[in-house]
Design a binder for this molecule. Structure first.
Ligand SMILES: [Zn+2]
Ligand SMILES: [Zn+2]
Length: 264
């Protein structure tokens, strides 16, 4: 075990759990309701065009699936790496679930539909609503944008559910099949992220982009840029200042050493 890993200190799971109160719950319910209405609105806006451009529609839909995987990685990395659960609103509603998930990975399997999916519905509200309101669907360009945003937000909506199944001991048979053929985030694949210091394999929709992003050092590169410009220390709130500093030092000496998943 590396020096950095031995210094990891996380918050107590019970304290993180207490951050989930009635106000957050009401926010999630409202997010899901408004998201469902916005998605229906967007679908109705472009639906009549779909049969006219079937291949374009299929391409945009597929691109949305991959883009959702990338987006899940970006959002997950942001929430794992920066900020604190003590921040007003964003800390409790968006960062806290990620911190809790590292301390108690099985907690997500005990979350109901609202707690599992509320946050992602909120994140998707702006793109869906703005696309439905302002994109013109007269030509193929508008259809492409509309289907892309619809697909992206549909799969982002599904992401936490897919993530929850990746932690479930007994997912539905059809889900287990989709996991085996890598159309839904596979369990073994996602377990790589849950190896301390939780610093790789952030994509949690299907995981197709995890290995390429890991190999090119995508998130370490972003962290170096953000640290250099803001002075912030990545993962400080998640694993403690000592471990976070040790990881940065190890990464400078030997890139990939501290944040590579440990075998076995
Ligand atoms: Zn994480
Ligand atoms: Zn997980």
């Amino acid at each position: 075990m590396s020096q950095a890993r031995s210094q990891i200190q996380q918050r107590a799971g019970s304290a993180l759990r207490e951050g989930y109160g009635p106000a957050v719950r009401r926010f999630e319910i409202a997010s899901i309701a408004v998201f469902a209405a916005a998605m229906a609105w967007l679908l109705l806006r472009f639906l009549t065009q779909v049969l006219e451009f079937p291949f374009l529609t299929a391409s945009a839909f597929m691109l949305g699936f991959v883009a959702a995987d990338f987006t899940s990685g970006m959002v997950h990395w942001l929430a794992d790496t920066w900020g604190s659960v003590d921040l007003p609103f964003v800390g409790r509603a968006l960062i806290r679930p990620f911190r809790e998930h590292h301390v108690d990975p099985k907690a997500i399997t005990r979350h109901d539909f609202i707690e599992t999916n509320g946050n992602n519905c909120f994140i998707c509200l702006a793109p869906v609503t703005l696309t439905a309101a302002f994109v013109s669907f007269d030509g193929w360009q508008g259809l492409f944008v509309g289907v892309l945003v619809f697909s992206l937000c549909l799969w982002i909506f599904c992401t936490n559910q897919f993530h929850k199944w990746a932690h479930s001991d007994d997912p539905p048979a059809v889900v287990a099949f989709l996991q085996r053929v890598s159309l839904v985030l596979p369990r073994d694949h996602h377990s790589v992220h849950h190896t301390a210091p939780f610093a790789t394999y952030y994509c949690i929709t299907v995981g197709w982009l995890n290995e390429p992003l890991h190999r090119i050092g995508f998130f370490r590169g972003l962290e170096r840029v953000i640290s250099a410009t803001t002075g912030m220390l990545p993962r400080e709130d998640d694993i403690g200042r000592d471990a976070a500093e040790a990881i940065v030092e190890e990464e400078q000496i030997c890139p990939g050493n501290a944040t590579n998943p440990e075998p076995g």
